[in-house]
Write a protein that binds this ligand. Structure first.
Ligand SMILES: N[C@@H](CCC(=O)N[C@@H](CS)C(=O)NCC(=O)O)C(=O)O
Length: 223
């Protein structure tokens, strides 16, 4: 069976978990704190980052969430998530990159650094300026989701795609860390609450990262 090396608030691991669940692929969770740089993990992935998807029976090790998701997509017929014409598939990949790179750099990454890494690992207080900037940029990203949802049923087009999974994974971590103010983002909120109700999402919402508690609305599917 697949083993996914991850920690609960890793947005890239969350994207892979959503992908595996949507496709009905069984996997085990293996807890990995990349900041501890465990020797056996560094041996498996010299970049020292989660997620890593490993199948010991077939001796397959997959590294990098996008490479992992593309592998799953290419090797499974069920529930295609990179779909449509070449242009439609390019649009899906553009949005995956936007959330993996820009949203992470602007919002999820700084929140994780200030609220998780500094608290658990570095034992330092968060910097309020960095948190304010991340929340301001989160608004810009939520406005863009509002715009997309105004024009399309799902972020990249008429059906759910990998773009929705990538966005929901980043947003769920930012929301857990109290970095999102949903006021004025009714369209984005409606799109996200549909996601929150999906069976693939429920285990993520139920999970907690030790010592860090999410806001009350985080796991509420009606919020
Ligand atoms: N592009 C990579 C990014 C993975 C990544 O940045 N993972 C973070 C956790 S969310 C990590 O392991 N950081 C540890 C480090 O960079 O040392 C992917 O999509 O898998």
């Amino acid at each position: 069976m697949w083993q996914l090396y991850q920690f609960p608030l890793c947005p890239f691991s969350r994207k892979v978990r959503l992908m595996l669940s949507e496709k009905g692929i069984a996997y085990e969770l293996w807890r990995e704190n990349p900041w501890e740089m465990r020797e056996a993990f560094m041996h498996m992935n010299p970049a020292g980052r989660t997620p890593v998807l490993h199948d010991p029976e077939r001796a397959i090790t997959l590294i990098d969430s996008r490479a992992i998701c593309e592998y799953i997509e290419e090797t499974t017929d069920r529930v295609p998530l990179i779909i449509g014409t070449a242009s439609a598939r390019a649009e899906i990949r553009r949005l995956v990159a936007l959330f993996d790179e820009n949203f992470f750099a602007d919002v999820t990454g700084p929140l994780l650094n200030e609220k998780m890494k500094k608290r658990i690992f570095l034992k330092q207080p968060p910097e309020s300026r960095v948190l304010r900037d991340a929340m301001r940029l989160a608004h810009e990203h939520l406005y863009y989701i509002d715009y997309l949802v105004d024009h399309r049923p799902w972020l990249a087009g008429p059906t759910m795609s990998m773009a929705d999974l990538a966005a929901a994974a980043q947003i769920s971590v930012a929301d857990y860390l109290g970095g999102l103010d949903w006021n004025g983002h009714d369209q984005a909120r409606a799109w996200y609450s549909v996601f929150k109700s999906r069976p693939s999402f429920r285990p993520l919402l139920a999970e907690r990262m030790e010592v860090i508690q999410p806001p009350i609305h985080y796991a509420d599917v009606n919020a």
